[in-house]
Each structure stands twice: as C-alpha cells, then as structure tokens.
Design a protein around this ligand. Structure first.
Ligand code: SAH
Length: 364
C-alpha cells in the first residue's frame, strides 16, 4: 500500500477554547479523575488531595481563595475545572419539619431532594434521573418519561447544597436514592457519586448510611453489593401477577430472579435488605396479601417498609384507611416479619416524589 504522508496544517487553539471543551465539574470528580486532570496540566498528583480538602472540608468554592496554592495554578484551575453547583430554585418547609428542594439541572430540567428529620437521623432523599422509564403505575415520576440521567456532579451537588443550607449543628446522617428516577438505570453516574459521597477525600458519609433503592433492575443489582452500600428493593406486590400489574419491570425480571439477586446481595454483604411495599387500596392491602408477602420474604434477612400510597391526581389508585394499614402491619408483625411503617411526611409541600417538580413546571 502506498505510504501517504499528510502534513496537517497547524491550527492555533487558544487555551481558553481548549479548556472549555474539556472543562469538568469538580463535584463529579473522583480522586483518580482529579489526579489525571492535574497531571494533564503538568501538576503534581498530591494537589488533588489539597483541592478536595479546600472544597469538601473547608467548603471553599473559589479557587482564588485557596491560599496554599501558587497564584498561577489558582488562575489556571478555572480553565479546566468548574466549581458550580446545581442551583436551588425552590425550597419549601413543611410544618412537620420535612424540607423539599428543587434543583435546576440544566436544559430547563429540574429534580427534587427531600430532607426528612426523625428522632436520631436526618435523611436526605436524592434523585438520580429527571423522569423515569420504569413506568410503575402508581408513581408520579413515571408520568414524566425519562428526560435526563443526572451526572455524578448533579447527584453530589444535591447533597452538598442541602448541607450548606443546614444550621451549623446539623449534619445529614443518611442518604437514600429514593427520589426521582431509577438509580440502577443510571448506574455509572450513581456509583461514581456514591464513591465521592463515602470516600474520606470526599464527603466522608459511611457506606452503611447510603441506601440505593431499586424497582428491580436485576442485572445491575450486583453493583450495590460491590459498592458496599445498603440495598432497598421496591417490591410492591406479593406475587408475579400483582407485581407485574403495578410494576411492568417485573415482566422482564420476575420475582424469582429479583429474590435470587437479593439473596446474592446478602451473601456478599451480610446486610439486611429493605423491602419497600406500597399499600394500594384493594390491590396490595389485604390480609391475604400480608400473608403472601411474609411467605415470599421470610427466607431473606430483611425489613419490610410499608408505605401507604401517597395520593396524586388521576393516578387511579387510593390510599387504604388507617385501620387497613394497621391491620396489614399487625399481620406481618404477628407472622414474624420485621416491619416499619413509613409515616407520610410533608403532605403540605407535595410529598409524593416528583410532585414539586411538576407543580413548578406548571406555573413556569
Ligand atoms: N426507582 C427507585 C427509587 C425511587 S421510588 C425504586 O423504585 O425503588 C422510591 C419509593 O417510593 C419506591 O419504593 C416506590 O415504590 C415508592 N413510591 C413511588 N410513588 C409513590 C407514591 N405515590 N406513594 C407511595 N410510595 C411511592
């Protein structure tokens, strides 16, 4: 074959143009990501730890104020790294102490996080996607088809922004991926965010205080065990027929496969699984359902979190009466299941996941 020598014309690219193409958001960077960027800039790797310390420990979000770095290095950093956080566009406080935050995540899209205080914890429920493709029949977010998978920076940004708004004596103790979206439908960014959240160079939140909740994307569930964080599974049905009716994902990954993945998680982590179970009037709330649910889950070390349906307009589903909820809980407890009843909180601030986002969009 003929050997062609092609001489490429030299194009002068200004550092600004170059860097704007490769500029990355700081809050989506792991230690090795940052070290790579710094090496590309011709800097020492150990500077990465210094930068993390400034940002995550000292909460300094302006490179020019990082006084132990050389002036020219400080000037160069903003060309490569962006320190902006998702903006809080709405902040609501409920009479019961729950707070809800709406974040701008670009492209005209927004997601919400909910801060839930209880006796001994302060839990932040965060979103992983704008909208969702899992199509669970009772879920408000599912009505908004998937529009965007969040980046790790968007996810870490929710945690950091809420942390910055707390009183100095408050600290988020638990993080649950139970906001908008299916975390295992966006696994790369979710697990990157988890690494940033639990690492000591990052936000230093214990892995045991981070829970990934899934509708049951079986092929990705191993990653929860691999990250050594807690697993919650939205069961919401006591057999395949009922579960497929309310959660179409069950047709693809039926209970047999889902429960096998749960057993595998337990085998690897020795951590109990939380099964979430939404009580839908006339569908999942009978005493027979409680018995079948107990039978289904009794061989797996678990807690069952029962959630009375949070009503939203035109869902076609209803919340059972308090008596029905109590009877369901008592039957499970009587049979020997470990049961938690999730209190409905923040009703006055549109508690059901995705509702604040929709209310905001309607008005704007
Ligand atoms: N996609 C993930 C996480 C988001 S949903 C998952 O399915 O687990 C978080 C939890 O809220 C799930 O257990 C889901 O079943 C429940 N949920 C969704 N909409 C609800 C509603 N209107 N009322 C009560 N629980 C709801």
């Amino acid at each position: 074959m003929e050997n062609l020598e092609v001489s490429s014309p030299l194009i002068a690219i200004s550092p600004l143009v170059l860097s704007s193409k490769i500029k990355q958001n700081f809050f989506g960077l792991t230690l090795s990501d940052l070290e790579n960027i710094l090496q590309g800039m011709g800097k020492e790797k150990f500077r990465a730890q210094q930068l993390f310390k400034w940002v995550y420990e000292k909460r300094t979000f302006d490179f020019s104020q990082m006084s132990n770095l050389a002036k020219n290095f400080r000037d160069e950093l903003p060309l490569f790294i962006d320190l902006s956080l998702p903006k809080v566009i709405k902040h609501l406080k409920s009479v019961d102490g729950t707070q809800k935050f709406l974040f701008d995540v670009g492209d005209g899209e927004s997601v919400e996080s909910v801060l839930i205080p209880s006796d001994d914890r302060l839990t932040l429920c965060i979103s992983s996607e704008v909208g969702c493709n899992m199509a669970c029949k009772f879920c408000f977010t599912a009505k908004q088809k998937l529009k965007k998978r969040l980046t790790a920076a968007d996810i870490v940004g929710q945690f950091l922004q809420v942390s910055l708004l707390l009183n100095p004596d408050q600290r988020i103790s638990n993080i649950v991926f139970m906001g908008m979206g299916e975390p295992l439908d966006n696994p790369d960014e979710v697990f990157k965010a988890i690494e940033i959240l639990h690492s000591d160079w990052g936000m230093n939140v214990s892995r045991k205080k981070i829970t990934v909740s899934t509708s049951g994307l079986v092929p990705e569930m191993w990653r929860v065990a691999h990250a050594k964080v807690r697993l919650a599974v939205s069961l919401n049905g006591y057999n395949d027929e009922v579960r497929s009716q309310v959660m179409p994902i069950n047709k693809k990954y039926p209970l047999k496969d889902l429960l096998a993945a749960c057993r595998e998680y337990y085998k690897e982590t020795k951590e109990k699984i939380t099964f979430e179970y939404v009580l839908l009037q006339g569908i999942t709330d009978s005493i027979e359902a409680a018995r079948a649910l107990h039978k289904l889950t009794r061989s797996i070390p678990c807690k069952i979190n029962i959630i009375p349906f949070n009503e939203h307009p035109d869902s076609g589903f209803h919340r059972p009466s308090d008596e029905t909820v109590k009877a369901f809980q008592q039957e499970l407890t009587f049979l020997g299941s470990q049961v938690l009843l999730r209190k409905t909180m923040g009703r006055d601030i549109f508690a059901a996941c995705g509702q604040l986002n929709a209310t905001y969009k309607k008005k704007n």
